[in-house]
Design a protein around this ligand. Structure first.
Ligand code: HEM
Length: 203
């Protein structure tokens, strides 16, 4: 079978993706420790999946990783918008196409010959992930500076509302990332392509 190698992921996307994975893990695990100090719901996160040792340590991790996460995210968003990467890879998208591709994926019939083009379900997942991450940052800013950014906090139901929103956005990110990782496991040849930027196209 003839195999054509195609370029799939630009260098900026690959670098920012893996920095983002490290930053998100630090944000999550330290965030869960901070949550445990004052839980919103009737549960806390097990100590084994928290970072920082105690509240002050977790806050330091959260604030340090925040800069890495936010600056890296800005580079990715600026590149995605200015280079046309988002327009080329994540658009167009329609509810009909997303439902069709989710249906085909659940029946194991989604085509994987040309992995240089994201299917509609993938486009929806990545766009939802980016939106949830932006919401996480916005609600995080409102919790961090509720007085200076009162206009932002008041949009979210003030400090308490922003805390709930931050928690729900985190939950959405975790849920989408779990599906994302399951998809990578199901189509494992996408994994090395996120390092090399290239992939085989099966004719
Ligand atoms: C160990 C965890 C992860 C692995 C193994 C992984 C792997 C991958 C792979 C292989 C792709 C390319 C998919 C393809 O070519 O079909 C990809 C794309 C992507 N991943 Fe991940 N990922 C992980 C975690 C994350 C996390 C934590 C986020 C965000 C919170 C994320 C966001 C994205 C986005 C937005 C894309 C699309 C990038 C673009 O083309 O602009 N990933 N990931």
């Amino acid at each position: 079978m003839a195999q054509e190698i195609v370029k799939v992921h630009p260098l900026v996307v690959r670098i920012t993706h893996w920095i983002n994975v490290a930053a998100v893990l630090m944000m999550l695990f330290s965030g869960w420790k901070i949550y445990n100090a004052s839980p919103l719901f009737g549960f806390t996160f097990p100590n084994e999946v928290t970072l920082g040792g105690w509240l002050a340590g977790a806050l330091q991790w959260h604030f340090a990783a925040m800069w890495l996460f936010a600056l890296n995210g800005l580079v990715y968003l600026a590149y995605g918008i200015l280079s046309g990467h988002f327009r080329r890879k994540l658009l167009p998208i329609s509810p009909g196409a997303v439902l069709r591709d989710i249906g085909q994926a659940l029946r194991g019939r989604l085509a994987h010959e040309d992995l240089s083009v994201y299917n509609a379900a993938q486009r929806a997942a990545y766009l939802a992930l980016i939106a949830a991450l932006v919401l996480l940052v916005a609600s995080g800013l409102a919790i961090w500076k509720p007085v200076q950014l009162y206009w932002l906090a008041s949009l979210m139901g003030d400090y308490e509302g922003a805390r709930y929103l931050h928690f729900f956005a985190m939950t959405a990110v975790v849920a989408i990332v779990l599906v994302h990782i399951a998809m990578v496991i199901l189509v494992p040849r996408t994994f090395p392509s996120m390092f090399t930027g290239r992939i085989r196209k099966i004719p």
